[in-house]
Design a protein around this ligand. Structure first.
Ligand SMILES: NC(=O)c1ccc[n+]([C@@H]2O[C@H](COP(=O)([O-])OP(=O)(O)OC[C@H]3O[C@@H](n4cnc5c(N)ncnc54)[C@H](OP(=O)(O)O)[C@@H]3O)[C@@H](O)[C@H]2O)c1
Length: 274
């Protein structure tokens, strides 16, 4: 082990040994899909660490409730609300304007995403596939462009999926969009590195949110899903949010272009005799 004092100065200079809280405090982050599930948990985790958060989704009432909850933390974290469909032509401009109310925009979480049609590739409606790619791939690209143009960007996390690494039957549209988002994460990491912006992805496995509520409500389906997970349970939104907050923080200062799986071991191999 090389003693820290023997390292060249540039290997040590950017390392901040503070806590998550110190490193995320007074940053300004945009979180898409903040009205429920992983996005909501991420907005709360960032706000708890002192980040000012722009909450983006269509359901304004949900975003207002969350803003009140964040206010209740009493730590000075402020919020701004952008009630929009993320695919709307003015969505990025509204995010830029809202973040400017809070300070210099530095963090972006591209979390909002559409689910697949749940149909064989033979039966996919291609207009719906185009809409899904717009939300899951083009919008994250557009928002990354906006953050980069702001000149104050530090880190981006794109919420992909284990479906971006291994294909699920009858989810070709969703699988392909999440694989594209992993590739896009690598390209963003390379192209935005000169601006000092790190870009990573998280790839959640089954997580208990509105998106999966209908599958998980059926106990037989839930058991089948959980039996295939080495940790024998689905994930909670907060467990994904913690990884997102870590990747945005200076604790991940040398990680960029990575796609981190958070799936209770689901894609590590087989469990049982199957
Ligand atoms: N849950 C899982 O098992 C799982 C696994 C892997 C990956 N993921 C990914 O995780 C991300 C978050 O999903 P989740 O599970 O947290 O689902 P969720 O609870 O259904 O949340 C989805 C969020 O996205 C917002 N949203 C959806 N379409 C939108 C649009 N067109 N414009 C603006 N906002 C939109 C929704 O808000 P409004 O309805 O208010 O607009 C909501 O806040 C997605 O990208 C998903 O693919 C989830």
């Amino acid at each position: 082990m090389v003693p820290a004092t023997a390292l060249p100065i540039d290997a040590r200079s950017t390392r901040n040994h503070g806590s998550f809280m110190e490193e995320l405090q007074n940053q300004v982050g945009v979180v898409t899909g903040a009205s429920s599930g992983i996005g909501r948990a991420t907005a709360l985790a960032l706000a708890a660490a002192g980040t000012h958060v722009v909450l983006v989704a269509r359901r304004r009432d949900r975003l207002e409730q969350l803003a009140t909850e964040i206010d209740g933390l009493g730590n000075g974290a402020r919020t701004a609300i952008v009630d929009t469909d993320i695919t709307a032509s003015d969505a990025a401009d509204r995010c830029i304007a809202a973040s400017a109310e809070l300070g210099a925009w530095s963090l972006l979480v591209n979390n909002a995403g559409l689910d697949g049609q749940g149909a064989s590739i033979e039966d996919l409606d291609l207009d719906q596939v185009r809409r899904l790619f717009d939300a899951n791939v083009i919008v994250p690209m557009r928002l990354a462009q906006a953050l980069s143009a702001s000149g104050s960007g530090r880190a981006i996390v794109n919420v992909s999926s284990i479906n971006g690494k291994t294909a699920e039957e009858h989810f070709a549209d969703y699988n392909a969009s999440k694989a594209a988002l992993i590739s896009l994460t690598q390209s963003m990491a390379i192209d935005l590195a000169p601006k000092g912006i790190r870009v990573n992805a998280v790839c959640p496995g089954y997580t208990a949110t509105e998106m999966t509520a209908s599958y998980l409500a059926d106990s037989a389906t839930r058991s089948r899903i959980e039996d295939a997970i080495p940790l024998r349970r689905v994930g909670q939104a907060e467990e994904i949010a913690d990884v997102i907050a870590f990747l945005l923080s200076g604790h991940a200062s040398y990680i960029t272009g990575e796609a981190i799986t958070v799936d209770g071991g689901r894609t590590a191999g087989w469990v049982g005799s199957a």
